[in-house]
Ligand binder design. Structure first.
Ligand SMILES: Nc1nc2c(c(=O)[nH]1)N[C@H]1C(S)=C(S)[C@@H](COP(=O)(O)OP(=O)(O)OC[C@H]3O[C@@H](n4cnc5c(=O)[nH]c(N)nc54)[C@H](O)[C@@H]3O)O[C@H]1N2
Ligand SMILES: Nc1nc2c(c(=O)[nH]1)N[C@H]1C(S)=C(S)[C@@H](COP(=O)(O)OP(=O)(O)OC[C@H]3O[C@@H](n4cnc5c(=O)[nH]c(N)nc54)[C@H](O)[C@@H]3O)O[C@H]1N2
Ligand code: SF4
Ligand SMILES: [Mo]
Length: 715
């Protein structure tokens, strides 16, 4: 620790009477920030940013600061429980870990014997750093079915990154990009995946040009040199328009294109189908603004695209990702210092290797639910949730008998919640590992108490593509809570996988670190390790794709029977594609823009976080609200073709009058009835999960683009 920081820590300990400080690594979101955890009388007393951490430089967000309110929450589950009444009755009894894991193991083995390993579906949500252990258990068990959010989040960036250029290109904030195009992302709130808002904010302060593509005026859009306020779900058309300007005006990197690109000519022909006149009509963005953004991005070097999940939750999910990579590629910004880099991880066993994907027999992999329908997803071990609900409800293509969710609350966060509810009610056996008995857990048979980041040793950021790993050190033990990886290690022994696991998980950490020649005991004394940083690796080795080139024309997509070139398709529910529906549901609904205090369904119990956002809200333009007789703060009913919910109106001039923006993942832990109001304000009651509304290759749901109606709630 730097001298200044050390002196500061010592002063804090003395002044406030703390007993000790542990350097660790927060994971109240996707994680990443280095923290100093101060303890008093064996409990966490304060959390501060670690100024020496290269990820966050001492900064923290509200969730990190409030972590102790989660860890010590009175409603927290601190021992395993078994349901003793009917599903949803809210009646539970305490059981031991042995009994809980024995019961889960017996069910898994029984279902495997009777219906095949594929009848057992494991599930997790967004990156909570347990995915490697979950895939390991599933693959060794023989189930190809791990249900995640990967079909509409991050999975598309990874899979399209791999087929286009070998990996996921990450913004090289440490080397001062001079132009940043923020596309469907709000990093200063989300701090998502490999990134922290602080890096972007610092870059803007250092004078980088900023382009923002967002239908809502975010803090970033407000500061942008160019803000493109597009019609939601039309990103592919906008990107094609920008590519058109760059190609027409010769602003691309000719050398890169000539030497390193596959499919240039057909790609140019595709782009030419999108002259700006057409693009402006589709996207609502004036031609001059598209031209200005394209020129600024292509003529400022180095430049990078800060891309986010909004581009993935669309019918053109994979097209959008590939088009943004095309923008990075043809402007010469791929693997360029200060541009968009294919970073290397440190020399450890990576998530793929730990996940034991190679040990899943081909015959079982071929049974992956939806693998034939959504082939890009299927080839990356990702499944579309409806395929699981259908298998439960119809036993087609085979029955799914058991679900085991480890860090997911799918009733709240998967599209078409009413259907999810039916499936979870119907499934024969369900186990959940969580901090609380959530609306999903209320439908389970057994719930296991999971440890928060303060209660585990782990190699933080081990799944990310920025090339860092950092030690997360256990600070406290709370009740009988256990980390997911320890729990899965124990379960693995009970289902006959013992030879592939360890006596305790510390040895598992040693195995991950072994190629670097260190153990966990060595690593926990270190601040972090970073993989070797090298730029323009493709100049020596080409890209890690079938052609060795940057594939604008994807040979993989061609092999799987899709259009090898990215293109634009109308959202399945839009004023253009469904004028009939638009008459009844006249507003375009975007869902899910992130709130600083929550992480999806998490933190609604935490006093500090709930104070930030007391009620579910929907943003409505003041003109629209006036026409509907709605005032700021009124409760309104929001309806789609699937259902209706209630939210509070938030009048917001930063959104187009034809568009409204609703928060997602709202439930009410404060309601002690056993359904916790799961369907009152859950925006996924409104969203569509039909196969036709999804990206045909990735299976991503269009949760950012649907049609809705709004009216004031009658008292
Ligand atoms: N309409 C709409 N829906 C969306 C989105 C949207 O924008 N709009 N966004 C989507 C996206 S991008 C994603 S990633 C998904 C997220 O979906 P999920 O990741 O499934 O998120 P949650 O539903 O909050 O479920 C996480 C649960 O895990 C628990 N938990 C947290 N950490 C741990 C842990 O370490 N171990 C265990 N065992 N439990 C833990 C939490 O208490 C919580 O109950 O939601 C998607 N849903
Ligand atoms: N505090 C907090 N942080 C989080 C999360 C959380 O729940 N809370 N969730 C985490 C997860 S799993 C994820 S995936 C990330 C997501 O984080 P981000 O990628 O930043 O995603 P969002 O904030 O959901 O949406 C970003 C922006 O996309 C815009 N948008 C909506 N529709 C469209 C569209 O059609 N096109 C374009 N171009 N933009 C559109 C929204 O207006 C919004 O401002 O955040 C992570 N971090
Ligand atoms: S951004 Fe994420 S890792 Fe950083 S303090 Fe907030 S919750 Fe923790
Ligand atoms: Mo996500």
């Amino acid at each position: 620790m730097a001298e200044f920081a050390r002196a500061n820590v010592e002063r804090e300990i003395k002044t406030y009477g703390y007993d000790a400080v542990v350097k660790s690594h927060c994971r109240m979101c996707h994680g990443g920030c280095g923290v100093l955890v101060y303890t008093r009388a064996g409990k966490v007393a304060r959390i501060a940013g670690d100024p020496d951490c290269p990820i966050n430089h001492g900064t923290l967000c509200p969730k990190g600061i409030g972590s102790a309110q989660l860890a010590y929450h009175p409603d927290r589950l601190t021992h395993p429980v078994r349901r003793i009444g009917p599903k949803g009755s809210g009646r539970w009894e305490r059981i031991s870990w042995d009994e809980a894991l024995d019961t889960i193991a017996a069910r898994m083995l029984d279902y495997k014997a009777s219906f095949g390993a594929e009848s057992v579906v494991l599930g997790y949500g967004t990156g909570r750093e347990n995915e490697a252990a979950i895939y390991r258990l599933a693959n060794l068990f023989g189930s190809p079915n791990v249900l995640t959010a990967g079909h509409l989040c991050y999975g598309p960036r990874i899979s399209t990154g791999i087929i286009t250029c070998g990996s996921n290109p990450i913004v090289d904030y440490e080397n001062d990009p001079r132009c940043i195009m923020v596309w469907g992302n709000n990093l200063v709130i989300a701090n998502s995946d490999e990134y922290k808002g602080e890096s972007l904010a610092t870059c803007i302060e250092r004078g980088a040009k900023l382009i923002c593509v967002d239908p809502r005026m975010t803090r970033l859009a407000a500061r942008a040199d160019v803000w493109l306020q597009l019609r939601p779900g039309t990103d592919a058309a906008l990107a094609l328009g920008m590519l058109n300007v760059i190609i027409e005006e010769g602003l691309y990197d000719r050398e890169f294109v000539e030497r390193h690109v596959h499919g240039w000519e057909p790609f140019v022909a595709r782009v030419r189908e999108y002259p700006l006149e057409r693009v402006a009509a589709i996207t609502w963005v004036p031609q001059e603004q598209i031209r200005a953004a394209a020129r600024l991005f292509a003529t400022t070097a180095p430049a990078a695209i800060q891309w986010g999940v909004a581009i993935e939750q669309q019918i053109t999910c994979q097209d959008n990702n590939r088009l943004l990579m095309a923008l990075m590629g043809i402007t010469g910004n791929i693997d360029r210092r200060g541009g968009q880099v294919l970073f290397r991880t440190p020399k450890i066993r990576n998530v793929g290797e730990f996940g034991a994907h190679k040990l899943l027999p081909r015959t079982q992999a071929d049974k992956r639910l939806g693998g034939d329908r959504f082939r890009l997803a299927g080839n990356f071990a990702i499944i579309n949730p409806k395929c699981v609900w259908d298998a439960i409800l119809t036993a087609e293509p085979y029955p799914v008998k058991m679900l085991f969710f480890i860090s997911s609350n799918p009733l709240m966060t998967r599209a078409n919640a009413t259907e999810v509810h039916r499936a979870l009610n119907e499934v024969e056996f369900m186990a959940v590992a969580d901090f609380f008995i959530t609306p999903t857990a209320e439908l389970a048979d057994i719930v296991l108490p999971a440890a928060t980041w303060l209660e585990m040793d782990y190699i933080g950021d081990f799944w990310k593509r920025h090339g860092y790993i950092l030690p997360r050190r256990k600070v406290v033990q709370i009740g009988e809570c256990r980390s997911d990886h320890e729990m899965l290690n124990d379960l693995a022994h009970r289902i006959g996988q013992g030879e592939h696991w360890w006596d305790d998980f510390e040895s598992g950490l040693d195995w991950i670190l072994e190629p670097m020649g260190i153990t966990w005991k060595d690593f926990e004394k270190m601040d972090y390790v970073r993989g070797e940083v090298k730029y323009e690796k493709y100049k020596e080795k080409g890209f890690s794709t079938p052609t060795g080139k940057f594939e604008l024309w994807s040979t993989k997509m061609q092999e799987w029977g899709y259009d090898p070139l990215p293109g634009y398709r109308e959202p399945s529910e839009s004023p253009v594609s469904r004028p009939d529906l638009h008459e009844r549901y006249p507003y375009i609904l975007v869902t899910g823009a992130r709130s600083p205090g929550f992480f999806h369904t998490e933190n609604r119990q935490l006093p500090w976080m709930r104070e930030l956002h007391p009620d579910p809200t929907i943003e409505i333009h003041p003109q629209t609200a006036a026409a509907l007789g709605i005032r700021d703060g009124d409760w309104v009913v929001v309806e789609s073709a699937r259902g209706r919910i209630r939210m509070r109106a938030k009048l917001f001039a930063g959104i187009d009058p034809r568009v409204v923006g609703a928060q997602h993942a709202w439930w009410h832990p404060e309601l002690k009835d056993s359904d916790h109001g799961w369907n009152r304000s859950n925006v996924n009651v409104l969203t569509d999960d039909s196969y036709e509304s999804c990206d045909p290759a990735m299976g991503a749901n269009s949760v950012r683009t649907l049609l809705c109606n709004i009216h004031p709630e009658r008292q």
